[in-house]
Design a protein around this ligand. Structure first.
Ligand SMILES: [Zn+2]
Length: 352
């Protein structure tokens, strides 16, 4: 069965002209695909922080993917599937690396090559070529070997809000430097186009996404821990951060999570809330008579108990005790159906 999607999701529309001229044919296989994305930082024997994995653990993860018939794809391949209906292998997974640490090149790349896996690496320009980060030559080598190199800004600053000392013009100028400027710098030095962005700290909003689209990027990865589908906006791709304690069992659990797509979420994903936010609400979809037996919500990474569920309207809501303080907030919902399938969704909004 073929689904003809003229506009699968507003956020995935790159060019209106293109859609009018050539509607994208999406096969049922692609429509049903679940894409988990995993994110590594340093791959080193010296485990300095919560985001360093040993080369030995990294190898065990790759072995796990191989034993369980996962097929790593690049961000180019995912975008080709979402935007052009290109085919994907079964059980796709996307392996990403942030910050372009030299240890990724030294310790992860040989393992990727051994397994024949391609990955997507995100570099920020200010540190390229430093003692512990890759050089432009090494980034170019990655591209030559079929990996993707994306942009992770120029200085790794929080792009979702101005600095305290920054007025509107200066903030806008910084956004241009950190997106368009960094993109051009990497492209000039590696000799190929950079199309994919990685939000520093995972922070994004509608304003930043609009700038990225104008700048020529076609995707943006977050740190919202949830799987993706073809319906997931390409500028809000969820990822699981891999930690030193992510054993194969924990990795298996992350990769087993199923996606749900919420409707009418308030505040919506990526929203910049100007007026005080006192409530959160969303409608959970009715898919295959999905009947939720258990629901859990995590607010600011902590479980909240006072979540209201209305089975008739399928509305999930949560009232905050007082208006939300200014800041950027990530929330997650976990839901289980009668067959114990586990679904999850994660999103982010910003309170001014
Ligand atoms: Zn980073």
């Amino acid at each position: 069965m073929l689904l003809c999607v003229s506009c699968s999701h507003e956020d995935n529309v790159i060019s209106e002209t293109k859609l009018i001229n050539s509607p994208v044919i999406i096969t049922q296989e692609i429509a049903n695909t679940v894409l988990p994305v995993i994110a590594y930082h340093r791959v080193s024997l010296a485990v300095k922080n919560d985001m360093t994995v040993t080369p030995e653990l990294f190898r065990r993860h790759m072995q796990f993917l191989s034993d369980n018939h996962y097929n790593p794809i690049t961000m180019d391949q995912w975008c080709d599937a979402v935007l052009d209906g290109r085919e994907l292998p079964e059980k796709p997974i996307l392996i990403t690396f942030d910050d372009a640490w030299k240890s990724q090149y030294k310790n992860a790349l040989p393992v990727l090559n051994e397994f024949g896996y391609k990955a997507t690496f995100y570099a920020y320009t200010d540190v390229i070529g430093n003692r512990s980060t890759m050089t432009y030559n090494q980034l170019q080598n990655l591209v030559n070997q079929g990996h993707n190199v994306g942009c992770h800004s120029s200085t790794h600053s929080n792009l979702a809000k101005p600095f305290k000392t920054e007025n509107k013009e200066r903030y806008n100028a910084r956004l241009i430097r950190e997106t368009s400027g960094a993109k051009k710098t990497i492209e000039k030095n590696i000799g190929s186009t950079v199309k994919h962005f990685c939000y520093p700290y995972g922070y994004y909003n509608t304003n930043l996404i609009a700038i990225l689209k104008k700048t020529g990027f076609i995707s943006g990865v977050t740190v919202n821990p949830a799987p993706n589908t073809i319906e997931s906006p390409l500028f809000k791709i969820g990822r699981y951060i891999i930690a030193p304690w992510t054993t194969e069992k924990k990795l298996k659990y992350k990769l087993s999570l199923l996606p749900i797509v919420f409707q009418n979420t308030e505040p919506f994903d990526g929203e910049i809330c100007v007026t005080p936010t006192e409530n959160f609400s969303t409608i959970l979809p009715e898919v295959n008579d999905l009947c939720y037996t258990k629901l859990k919500m995590y607010w600011k990474w902590k479980k909240t108990n006072d979540v209201l569920w209305n089975g008739e309207t399928r509305m999930l809501s949560h009232s905050f005790n007082k208006p939300v303080e200014p800041g950027i907030y990530t929330a997650q919902v976990h839901a289980w159906d009668t067959k114990s399938n586990h679904y999850t969704y994660a999103w982010l909004f910003q309170q001014l």
